[in-house]
Design a protein around this ligand. Structure first.
Ligand SMILES: Cc1cc2nc3c(=O)[nH]c(=O)nc-3n(C[C@H](O)[C@H](O)[C@H](O)COP(=O)(O)OP(=O)(O)OC[C@H]3O[C@@H](n4cnc5c(N)ncnc54)[C@H](O)[C@@H]3O)c2cc1C
Length: 210
């Protein structure tokens, strides 16, 4: 099937994935650029239909990093409203739950919050947009693009409207190319494009699987 030419959009920084990592990176970059009085275009693509749609985890959240990134997060209405009040460390058998008399120090949650990660990401996306980050939900990065020297130059989103037979349907729309001086892959663990980068640049050679 012949591919139609793809529209190209240029940015300074492109972030793939609007999870907490990608959004933090986008926010921090815009904060630094604004402090330095510099123009910096930052775009985030997210494959979920909206930011947070693919983040299903309820989480116990340690707010240290958020304190550093957005110190006035409480005033800005961050969805951290349920402090962890009590820790219980249980040993589960088939029929019983035995409470340990003490909780190991690394399991202490004093100062942490019980949150919805999806809600946190949605709130962070709002903060990022206020700083001028462009966020495009509903766009999965489907292909890494390389320049003639072999360096990453961005990503392409997938073509839409391809039939089961691999041919274009009436709804066919070619994907878009997003080019950037720097591309940050923040797809979470087991990201499909990140895996291709591991292989191409031998990033997993000799490193601990964890
Ligand atoms: C069951 C479970 C429970 C957890 N509980 C806790 C907890 O209690 N406390 C805690 O601190 N952590 C917890 N974690 C870990 C925490 O969820 C992760 O560390 C965190 O979400 C990682 O953030 P991230 O931004 O790197 O990736 P993710 O949160 O995975 O975000 C990646 C984003 O990128 C998008 N994306 C991926 N590929 C593409 C693509 N090609 N194009 C466009 N978008 C893409 C995804 O849709 C997603 O929105 C838990 C994880 C799981 C699975």
């Amino acid at each position: 099937m012949a591919r139609d030419p793809r529209e190209v959009m240029e940015y300074d920084v492109l972030v793939v994935g609007a999870g907490p990592s990608g959004l933090s990176a986008a926010i921090r970059l815009k904060q630094l650029a604004n402090e330095a009085g510099q123009e910096l275009s930052v775009c985030v693509v997210e494959k979920g239909s909206e930011v947070g749609a693919h983040l299903l985890s309820g989480a116990v959240f340690e707010p240290h990093a958020l304190d550093e990134l957005i110190p006035d997060w409480k005033d800005k209405g961050a969805p951290l409203t349920t402090p962890a009040r009590e820790d219980r460390f249980l040993y589960l058998t088939e029929t019983k739950a035995l409470k340990s008399p003490f909780t190991p120090p690394q399991m202490h949650n004093h100062g942490n919050y019980i949150i919805s990660l999806g809600n946190l990401a949605r709130w962070m996306a709002g903060q990022a947009e206020e700083l001028g980050v462009e966020i495009y939900p509903g766009f999965a990065a489907a292909e890494v693009l390389y320049d003639d020297g072999g360096a990453v130059k961005g990503v392409a989103t997938g073509d839409m409207g391809i039939g089961k037979d691999g041919e274009k349907t009436a709804n066919y729309t070619p994907g878009m190319e997003l080019h950037a001086k720097q591309t940050i892959f923040a797809e979470g663990c087991r990201g499909s494009l990140t895996k291709t980068l591991f292989e191409r640049f031998n990033l997993r050679d000799g490193v601990d699987p964890q």
